[in-house]
Ligand binder design. Structure first.
Ligand code: NAD
Length: 292
């Protein structure tokens, strides 16, 4: 069935995602702070709204794809925001990466207005968004997941309902923990190989075929050895995500010593001025530890 979708946040991820929904025949009304982003949606066949309220009015499903917690809180709870404007029965799907607590707060406040909410963060990066090949991890009620599933099917390949409200964000936090750790260790491997006079490319090619194989090695080993760090996924966003990881760990009362270390590495990258580089630029921090 054709759904009317309000889409707020038409950035690196949101723009191609909204475009796919338009191409699949859904009626998409989008809003972003940047006029340029709104115009791009209109050119792609969607409708550009002049406010959150306009994007949400008449929508059966509202999707938000915003940078971080404060933006989601502003768009959802702010004056003229989603909860001010959505009619009862609207489904709010936040696909941003935020704290599990924020998702639970959104879901509780939404329920008070008769609005249902899902947290549905994604993995797969800009390429995954462009190719409609995202992994989508969803927290919330099963019935609401079923309602949103036709839209998720347009955007992603691996789509899993992982538990109640907030659970999607916990899974995304686990994802970012593992990805950050892999970048840190691949960086250390490169430094070790190069400092030992071994060809790093040849060394990593072997690693990619053995038990150390992983997607970071598959996709990024050449660009890392060549020191190409244009984003991709910015250090600044991974910094935000490591904050979510450690907050979730504190909430769950668990110790994540490796996670703490990775968070400090990402902080160091930001402090050194690499915030707008790709997260593979963790290599630059690891190199500096050895004076290289
Ligand atoms: P982005 O900064 O490119 O896009 C966010 C958009 O939201 C911007 O266009 C901005 O203008 C808009 N925005 C901000 N505040 C707004 C408001 N109050 N009202 C309307 N629009 C507003 O970010 P992105 O890379 O698309 O990431 C979005 C989310 O997806 C983040 O939570 C990020 O962590 C997550 N994510 C990103 C990637 C990636 O590779 N970029 C991968 C997976 C998940």
């Amino acid at each position: 069935p054709v759904l009317s979708v309000g889409f707020v946040g038409l950035g690196v991820m949101g723009a191609p995602m909204a475009g796919h929904l338009v191409a699949a025949g859904h009626q998409v009304t989008g809003y972003d702070l940047h006029a340029e982003a709104r115009n791009r949606l209109a050119e792609a066949g969607g409708r550009a709204a002049e406010s959150v309220a306009e994007a949400v009015a008449g929508a059966q499903v509202v999707i938000t794809m915003l940078p971080a917690d404060p933006h989601v809180e502003q768009v959802v709870f702010g004056e003229g925001g989603v909860l001010d404007s959505a009619k009862p029965g609207t489904l709010l799907v936040d696909m941003s990466t935020v704290r599990p607590e924020t998702s639970q707060k959104v879901a509780t406040a939404a329920a008070e207005r008769g609005v249902q909410a899902l947290d549905a963060p994604v993995s797969g990066g800009e390429a995954g968004a462009r190719q409609a090949a995202l992994s989508i991890m969803v927290g919330g009620d099963e019935a609401d997941f079923a309602r949103a599933k036709p839209l998720f099917d347009v955007l992603g390949k691996t789509i899993v309902h992982v538990g109640p409200s907030g659970a999607g964000q916990v899974v995304k936090a686990a994802n970012q923990l593992v990805v950050g750790g892999i970048y840190a260790l691949v960086s250390e491997a490169i430094v070790l190989l190069e400092a030992s006079g071994v060809d790093a490319k040849a060394g990593l090619d072997v690693l990619a075929g053995g038990l150390a194989a992983n997607r970071v090695l598959d996709l990024k080993r050449e660009s890392m050895v060549a020191r190409q760090f244009q984003p991709g996924f910015r250090i600044d966003l991974h910094h935000k995500d490591m904050g979510i990881v450690l907050a979730a760990a504190r909430q769950a009362e668990v110790a994540l010593p490796m996670g703490g270390f990775v968070a400090q590495l990402v902080q160091a990258a930001r402090s050194m001025g690499f915030g707008s580089l790709d997260h593979s630029a963790l290599l630059k921090v690891v190199e500096r530890f050895s004076g290289r």
